[in-house]
Ligand binder design. Sequence first.
Ligand SMILES: [Zn+2]
Length: 243
Amino acid sequence: MKKEKIMTLVIDKMAITVVKKQVKNLNLSVHAPDGSVRLSAPHNINNDEIHTFITSKLTWIHKQQEKIKKRVTNIPTTSLAFEIGEYHYVAGERHYFKTIQGFEGKPRVEINRHREIVMFVDPWKDRAVREKLMKEFYRDYLKREIPGLVAKWEPKMGVKVTEWGVKQMKTRWGSCNIQAKRIWLNLELAKKSADCLEYIVVHEMNHLLERKHSSRFYQLMDAFLPHWRERKEKLSEQISGKN
Ligand SMILES: [Zn+2]
């Protein structure tokens, strides 16, 4: 296998990073926060061909750069690139996000002493790799938090949770299988504050006492967690979903 070759070409006053590697097609991308342009290309393509290709894409490049400039901070995950300069939420807190350039060890994510999210990953890996890493980080966070919440509420509510799990859900914050006494929690909850997470855990556990969203269900909620409505409000502030 041929080695990667990295070079910089200046086209239309822009410095374009060109990475020649074992790929079949040209792949052009524009990156936050500075709108830098990167092209991965097969080894056998020459500079004239690259020049022609980039020139034909100038309108698209400028449009992407404009988009990056306008980017607001509280954007849904689907439009995040997991790149330096973004902000991501953990436990209701907004954190500056960065990747460690040129990292070749085992990929990982941590929060440093400046409260920044630092992703140790080869920066040439694609977005899907970075998103997956971030999801693993969120999953680990929830797996540390949930046992304590379940243990706190089991005796208070007089119920027993046999099993719990975390998964990505599109339309709900959680779910409860009453027969199996199993609760599922949405991975997205990792972005929410601890009291929001607790509210969902209590809500799902409450289904072990009352299957439906009946008036009894809400009476019980009022008794266990008098301020649950405020927490519910807070939960819907950033991303939509129901429980
Ligand atoms: Zn419910």
